[in-house]
Design a protein around this ligand. Structure first.
Ligand SMILES: *Cc1c(COP(=O)(O)O)cnc(C)c1O
Length: 415
């Protein structure tokens, strides 16, 4: 960063402060992670300069020899890692990946059935504020009021009524496994395509520690920066017969040039994900989530769905008389970074978020295991209940800080 420091000390200072924030706070945001250092090197590399349009061997600019090799490598590794027939590694984000799938096989105005957003779905699954809902007609399936889990009979009934051309499975806030075979069967029954959005869980799937949707789905989309531990950006996997339609829907359909540095970071993480240390982190992510969930439940907090089968723990903050926003703020004041989230119990109250979504991927990435997860569960409970007491806040924040110092993310700062 010596050039930046010289030319723009103000910006360099903000980057340094952010780096210290990451080292000194505990990241429990389920949608974040600490990527391995090579990811940051690749993202900041010279590859970002090249403009590419089109696909390897069919570009609209010269000088693409190395860019082509990078993209081919990313595609080949994505297909091998996930057992997919085709991969498009150009989407800028998960939202772009989803948009490209919609435009690849649907006409505007076509029907899509996806998960109800306050029950765990994503903005790009047809939220009224998302462009997706202006291009396609969405209906949403709820989770069961009692179990707070997907009820596949309900999904089937809705599919039979609504007759979607695309069924979307996958969520932003759902701590349970999804039965992809059941979803595929429902889609088949109404002649719909099945798209699984595995944005949150792609790392767990890559490591083989939870089931993969790939064999059941026509399309699988994901982002690389959540459990997968890569850089920013999205990917679409699909069956060979959709490859041409999908590639055209990404470029030129919904995007222009894609940054080669981001494609290269995807190539790196697809390779890294086959190695033992990555798999071990994903295993620890799962066991940490179970431990965190049990500790918080033991302390009297209601856990949505009663537990977890992935990296997420959804806590009902109202059990302690708090809103999700209160809970988020109380934890941030002691150095624990989380986000408030709607939970199924909020249904019908627009904008309500009584939940707190916790994720264990980033803590596992910095080396923490179940012992730390149990301790963190205790500290979260203490901070939530005692944040208005100076002594509690002081004690919890100093313990969080020393935990973080014992598990540095990048040691002396990012490369
Ligand atoms: C995070 C997420 C995305 C991706 O969002 P971007 O911000 O566009 O990268 C897509 N779908 C789901 C279910 C997600 O959780």
């Amino acid at each position: 960063m010596e050039h930046l420091k010289r030319e723009d000390p103000r910006l360099a200072d903000l980057i340094e402060k952010e780096s210290r924030r990451i080292e000194n706070t505990l990241d429990l945001i389920a949608a974040e992670n600490h990527p391995p250092a090579p990811v940051l090197e690749v993202l900041g590399s010279i590859l970002t300069i090249k403009t590419i349009e089109g696909y390897p061997g069919r570009r609209f600019h010269g000088g693409c020899r190395h860019a082509d090799a990078v993209e081919r490598l990313a595609v080949e590794r994505a297909c091998r890692l996930f057992g997919a027939e085709h991969a498009n590694v150009q989407p800028h984000s998960g939202t772009s990946a989803n948009l490209a799938v919609y435009f690849s096989v649907l006409e505007t105005g076509d029907r899509i059935l996806s998960m109800h957003l306050p029950h765990g779905g994503h903005l790009s699954h047809g939220h009224p504020a998302s462009a997706t809902s202006r291009c396609f007609r969405f209906a949403h399936y709820p989770v069961d009021r009692k179990t707070e889990r997907i009820d596949y009979d309900t999904v089937r009934e809705l599919a039979n009524d609504f007759r979607p051309r695309l069924l979307v499975a996958g969520a932003s806030a759902y701590p349970r496994l999804i039965d992809y075979a059941a979803m595929a069967d429902i889609a088949r029954g109404v002649g719909a395509y099945l798209m699984v959005d595995m944005a949150h869980i792609a790392g767990l799937v890559a490591a083989g520690v939870i089931p993969s949707p790939v064999e059941h789905s026509d399309f699988v989309t994901f982002t690389c920066y959540k459990t997968l531990m890569g850089g920013r950006g999205g990917v679409v996997l699909c069956r060979k017969r959709f490859a041409g339609d999908l590639d055209r829907a990404v470029f030129p359909g919904t995007q222009g040039t894609s940054p080669v540095s981001a494609i290269a970071a995807k190539a790196f993480i697809f390779h890294h994900a086959t190695r033992a240390p990555f798999v071990e982190i994903q295993e620890r992510t799962l066991s940490n989530a179970r431990t965190l969930s049990e500790t918080l439940a033991g302390a009297g907090w209601r856990i949505v769905t009663g537990g977890t089968e992935n990296h997420q723990v959804l806590l009902d903050a109202s059990t302690g008389g708090l809103t999700g926003a209160d809970a988020e703020q109380r934890l941030e004041s002691v150095g624990i970074i989380t986000n408030r989230n709607a939970i199924p119990a909020d249904a019908g109250v627009p904008g309500a978020a009584s939940g707190l979504r916790l994720g264990t991927a980033a803590m596992a990435a910095r080396g923490m295991g179940p012992e730390e997860a149990a301790r963190i569960g205790v500290l979260v409970d203490e901070a939530l209940r005692g944040a208005d007491r100076e002594d509690v806040r002081g004690r919890v924040s100093s313990e969080i800080r020393s935990l973080c110092l014992s598990y540095p993310v990048y040691g002396g700062g990012p490369p």
